[in-house]
Design a protein around this ligand. Structure first.
Ligand SMILES: C[S@@+](CC[C@H](N)C(=O)[O-])C[C@H]1O[C@@H](n2cnc3c(N)ncnc32)[C@H](O)[C@@H]1O
Length: 228
């Protein structure tokens, strides 16, 4: 039993260091290509602008935040919609991604954003007050975990939700383009709608609802809102 755990930890470490290596070398490139050039940032802005996820005085967790696009988008939305009292926490396993994000925070004069290096599979390392979130967003992060670890990650995120809280997931969908681009180049796993619902159910989420992105993105990214 002990040996099994040790082997599991070792495999985990191996996958984590592969992810960190991948993103450590591509943090700026990711920001320029994916967020700016391909327009992931703009897409998220449109998606969240039409939603009512940002509410006064809520706590938001950006899990696997990368260079911070989810937090940045929601922070700016709260400002533009004059929604006060929102607190943002964000974590990622790759230091270089966090560093790109960190440079942005003081430029905004943002006092309500805290970021930290952490692994979604080991949430005990988070500060004790990082809990009771009304909204947790995991955007294109779960596909980097080994497939048999995703349920564990979802259970961890469920523990961090407040009663009635929402988990919002963006995850890469299996199609002709992503099979070539995401799997070969970015080394991600790919999912389909029934597969992700099954995982959510196994992790204790009883309600789930698919959300829509624009035509261009909808074929490559699944968006699903889950509640306990
Ligand atoms: C495609 S990027 C997405 C970043 C950001 N959420 C976005 O939408 O632009 C994937 C991120 O997941 C992070 N990641 C991968 N495995 C992780 C883990 N086990 N715990 C936390 N973050 C992880 C990577 O370091 C990377 O920054």
């Amino acid at each position: 039993m002990k040996v099994n755990r040790w082997v599991e930890a070792l495999l985990n470490m191996n996958n984590n260091s592969q992810v960190q290596k991948l993103y450590a070398n591509r943090a700026d490139f990711y920001e320029r290509l994916f967020i700016n050039f391909l327009g992931w940032g703009k897409e998220l802005e449109t998606f969240f602008w039409k939603s009512d996820y940002v509410q006064p005085n809520i706590k938001v967790l950006d899990a696997g935040c990368g260079t911070g696009i989810i937090t940045k988008t929601l922070f700016q939305l709260a400002r533009r919609k004059d929604v006060g009292g929102v607190k943002f926490h964000a974590f990622d396993i790759t230091q270089n991604m966090l560093e790109v994000f960190q440079q942005w925070i003081p430029k905004q004069g943002a006092k309500n954003i805290e970021i930290q290096k952490a692994d979604v599979l080991e949430i005990d390392a988070l500060p004790p007050y990082w809990k009771d979130y009304e909204l947790i967003v995991a955007s294109t992060m779960l596909e980097y975990l080994p497939k048999d670890k995703v349920e564990h990650a979802l259970k961890n995120l469920r523990k961090l939700l407040s009663i009635g809280g929402i988990l919002l997931i963006f995850i890469t969908k299996r199609n002709f383009i992503t099979r070539w681009l995401a799997k070969k180049w970015w080394k991600t796993n790919l999912y389909d709608e029934p597969g992700i619902v099954t995982l959510l159910n196994s992790a204790g989420f009883v309600k789930s609802e698919f959300k829509k992105l624009s035509f261009g993105w909808a074929s490559s990214i699944i968006v699903i809102e889950a509640k306990c």
